[in-house]
Design a protein around this ligand. Structure first.
Ligand SMILES: [Zn+2]
Length: 201
């Protein structure tokens, strides 16, 4: 770890303010010796610089606590690299990120199979709405939970069969499971598949 000793200078419309400061070159963190006392007639802040007498470092305009470092990024069209400056502590990144544990914990991510509501008959839709068939209705359709446990899945199919759901509906449920999904989504804007029967109602 290297600590540089130098001066932190803030440049204002009507003057500059300087204080002794150290820079940790590993982290980019600045530690001013005294809290900056800024007279209120200086106008607006133009820039802040740390200098060790050899090199000038630009200070992050957002957190004011870290120097900016040079980063190399691919350019927008993907044919070259552009050089940019970013805060050593990535302070402005925090808005679109969230606290994530280290090491990263693997999350369980599940899939659902999506199809048009047109693949469900009126009769099946009405049956689904009766107890005890678990489903979640939303503005544009339904989500139907499909059990991932093998025994529970067999029970689920038996319940549908016993209640008189159509073979087509039960096929949709089986297809959902065969595709490794835990939900069947029937959505009014969902895809219509050529290989599945459709219902007009
Ligand atoms: Zn910053």
């Amino acid at each position: 770890m290297a600590i540089l000793t130098g001066t932190f200078t803030s440049v204002w419309d009507n003057g500059t303010v300087s204080t002794n400061c150290t820079l940790d070159t590993d982290t980019g963190k600045l530690s001013p010796e005294t809290a900056e006392i800024v007279p209120n007639d200086l106008g607006s802040l133009l820039e802040e610089i740390f200098t060790d007498g050899v090199e000038d470092y630009q200070v992050c305009p957002i957190c004011h606590e870290y120097i900016m470092k040079t980063v190399i990024n691919p350019d927008g069209v993907g044919i070259g690299l552009t050089e940019g400056l970013e805060c050593s502590s990535h302070c402005s990144d925090s808005d679109d990120s969230y606290d994530s544990p280290e090491p990263v914990i693997e999350r369980e991510i599940n899939k659902y199979l999506c199809c048009s509501t047109g693949h469900m008959s009126k009769e099946d839709s009405e049956k689904l709405r009766g107890e005890p068939f678990s489903h979640h209705s939303y503005e544009f359709g339904d989500f139907i939970y499909v059990n991932s446990d093998e025994e529970c899945f067999k029970d689920q199919i038996k319940e549908y069969t016993d209640a008189g759901f159509s073979k087509d509906f039960i096929n949709l449920i089986k297809m959902t499971r065969d595709n490794g999904c835990v939900f069947l989504q029937l959505d009014c804007d969902g895809p219509v598949y050529d290989d599945l029967p459709t219902y007009d109602w």
